[in-house]
Write a protein that binds this ligand. Structure first.
Ligand code: MTE
Length: 399
């Protein structure tokens, strides 16, 4: 296959055929990893072949900054390391297709079936994109940063865009990353250079980055237009194929993630041996939201949503905010001046085993600081993206 130069962990579950490579860990394995996901279990979403880059060629990997700028640039990776300040920041990436399987069960969408493990977290090291753009000097009419990767696909190179003012806002943490958990990026995750756009769907974080093109309009790349959108729910696959206009509406493009939460312990359909269990069972899961917004409530129901109780939330990323050694993996730990939340959090709740014995399922829903909530009902759309209704695990009691 085209990816024969890439080695991969057998614990990853393939979601599509042999090629391209798309995979997630089981939720149980992912959750066991804790706050930081190792590169081997980090979910992978590739639209095509992984570009092959030899280690000795990494320093000379070059990307350009062009378009509406006064000072177009060509920058080599070694120059990013020596001529710019490098920072390190924990960031969670989430595929917009995370939890799509639940949509496909209700009605087949045009996407493959992600479970709830299309989400992972790493300490990314690189340069704040703003520092690069400031040297390129965007012109007055510039409004978007288009990004293009080196992976050649049936419809051209993978590319997309974000707003220029987001890239210029340090609180959005948009960066050009070359490292992940203290190691160089692995081939599947963009070796040697990728954009990382915190708080937004993974599809905006372009891997194998070759170009930043500053424009007055959003990207016209095929993958920007025909991917990563939530079309109105009545647009079915036939209608979406017939009528191009649905795709041309930039209002349907997804940027910020929405609040989401899942239960990892117990696993869906797990048989619980409650007869011999201690007094309490510790239910656990993850939650995240978008746009730097913090998850402020996680609620759990054992009676199909009639009543709710609070889970205890642990914000593991906060420990990096008062980290003693402000240098980490060759980058300044870039958290102290951020009010924003770029990572998933974990929640826990002790439930009396006597209560759990009576329950058929466990439902969880989260809310963020803007009071955005997970809906009770699913919003089906043709690409099956941004699926975030209440998450339900069925449980079975061994009596
Ligand atoms: N960048 C390039 N060049 N090609 C791609 O196929 N996939 C995007 C994004 N960047 C993609 C890309 C999508 S849809 C996602 S969700 C993330 O990369 C996945 O990043 P990961 O594989 O490192 O988890």
């Amino acid at each position: 296959t085209p990816d024969s130069h890439v080695s991969r962990d057998p614990r990853l579950i393939r979601l599509t055929g042999v090629h391209p490579f798309n995979c997630e860990a089981t939720l149980t394995e992912l959750f066991k990893e804790g706050f930081l996901t190792s590169p081997e279990l980090f979910y992978v979403r590739n639209h095509g072949p992984v570009p092959e880059v030899q280690d000795e060629d990494i320093p000379d990997w070059e990307f350009s900054v062009e378009g509406l700028v006064a000072n177009p640039l060509k920058i080599k990776l070694k120059e990013l390391l020596s001529n710019y300040e490098n920072v390190t920041c924990p960031i969670t990436l989430v595929c917009a297709g995370n939890r799509r399987k639940e949509q496909n069960v209700v009605r087949k969408s045009k996407g493959f079936s992600w479970g709830p493990a299309g989400v992972s977290t790493a300490l990314f090291t690189g340069v704040v994109m703003r520092d690069v753009l400031e040297r390129a000097k965007p012109l007055r009419k510039a409004r978007y940063v288009c990004m293009e990767g080196a992976d050649k696909l049936p419809n051209g190179y993978y590319g997309t865009s974000v707003k220029l003012n987001w890239a210029m806002d340090p609180n959005r943490g948009i960066m050009l990353a070359h490292g992940m958990n203290g190691e160089p990026l692995t081939p599947d995750h963009g070796k040697p250079l990728r954009a990382v756009i915190p708080g937004q769907i993974g599809g905006r974080s372009v891997k194998w980055l070759k170009k930043l093109i500053i424009t007055a309009e959003p990207s016209d790349n095929w993958y920007h237009i025909y991917d990563n959108r939530v079309l109105p729910t009545m647009v079915d696959p036939d209608e979406a194929a017939k009528n191009k206009d649905w795709w041309m509406d930039e209002r349907y493009a997804i940027y910020d993630l929405s609040p989401n939460s899942v239960t990892a312990v117990p696993a869906h359909d797990e048989r619980l041996e409650l007869a011999t269990a201690p007094e309490y069972y510790n239910v656990q899961g993850y939650a995240y939201s978008g746009g730097g917004r913090r998850i402020t409530r996680v609620q759990i129901s054992l009676d199909q949503g009639k009543s709710w109780r609070f889970g205890n939330i642990e914000y593991a990323e906060d420990k990096y905010r008062d980290f003693e050694d402000k240098q980490l993996f060759g980058g300044r730990l870039d958290m102290d001046w951020r009010e924003t939340c770029f990572c998933w959090c974990f929640w826990k709740l002790n439930i009396l085993v006597e209560e759990l014995k009576e329950a058929k399922d466990i439902i969880v829903r989260a809310m963020d600081e803007s009071m955005n909530v997970q809906p009770r009902d699913m919003y089906w759309s043709v690409l099956g993206m941004m699926n975030n209704p209440w998450f339900r695990v069925a449980i079975h009691n061994e009596r």
